[in-house]
Design a protein around this ligand. Structure first.
Ligand code: MLT
Length: 254
């Protein structure tokens, strides 16, 4: 009998131990809003996204790029940053603003999770908006999979867990050995997958965004398969670019 593929979910970045990701495919999730925004930015024509940990690092990196070919975006505590071109709302990343640009991005949790995942053999970026495209990339890659949820303020985020569970639901069909995080995420998907908009709005991240008036960002994050592209990490310099494009069929079973 063929060995089942290991699929692990880390419900928060702090649960990724040591050099655990080496030799694996990492899938990074920050539904509200970093990974949703990254998919939007690349779909709108950004050439690449450069994830930065700190605001100063992002400013410094942006200053080394030609002014007409860069965008500086991000947030802290959900709010846009002084002197930045854009915040972290997916809808801000339009074709007019993005075409041909490199986006230098720093966010509270999402870009941190991406930098942590850089140790993996391959790193993909997932959101509900590119769900089926991510599923299809994973089905054609035989390596063990580690799904890393960016979470909320160091802890677990409902919306990231839900998407991780939807991916597990899909991967389990082809046979997978799951860690307990994956089982918990799968249960979360079974419980909330059918009421996605509602679930995204009641989690702590969603409540915080509503308080700031970003209700539309929550709706945008729940648009399953709006795009058929998968951002993938490249190195030297570290960046995200469009890798896989296209969906054979819709994989969502919520
Ligand atoms: C993050 O990286 O923490 C976020 O995407 C938060 C946000 O956009 O509000």
């Amino acid at each position: 009998m063929a060995r089942e593929r290991p699929v692990a979910v880390h419900l928060a970045p702090a649960l990724v131990c040591g050099d655990r990701l080496r030799g694996r495919v990492a899938v990074v999730i920050d539904v509200l809003r970093a990974t949703t925004t990254i998919v939007h930015a690349l779909a709108a024509g950004c050439r690449a996204v450069r994830p930065c940990l700190e605001i100063a690092e992002a400013r410094e990196l942006a200053s080394t790029l030609p002014a007409d070919s860069r965008l500086l975006g991000g947030e802290r505590d959900g709010k846009p940053l002084d002197g930045f071109d854009l915040g972290n709302s997916p809808g801000e990343y339009t074709a007019r603003r993005c075409r041909g640009k490199t986006l230098v991005l720093t966010t509270t949790n999402g870009t941190r999770a991406l930098r942590l995942a850089a140790a993996a053999d391959r790193v993909l970026v997932a959101a509900f908006v590119n769900f089926s495209a991510v599923c299809e990339q994973l089905l054609t890659d035989p390596r063990p999979i580690d799904i890393v949820c960016a979470g909320h303020q160091g802890g677990v985020a409902l919306e990231d867990t839900l998407l991780a569970g939807a991916l597990v639901d899909h991967l389990a069909e082809a046979g997978a050995s799951l860690n307990d995080g994956a089982r918990l995420a799968w249960d979360c998907f079974e419980q909330h997958g059918r009421v996605l908009d509602g679930a995204l709005a009641v989690g702590e991240g969603g409540v915080g965004l509503k308080t700031l008036g970003y209700d539309e960002d929550i709706r945008a994050a729940a648009r399953i398969d709006q795009f058929a592209l998968v951002p993938e990490m490249r190195h030297d310099p570290l960046r995200l670019e469009v890798a896989g494009v296209g969906i054979g069929r819709r994989r969502w079973r919520g």
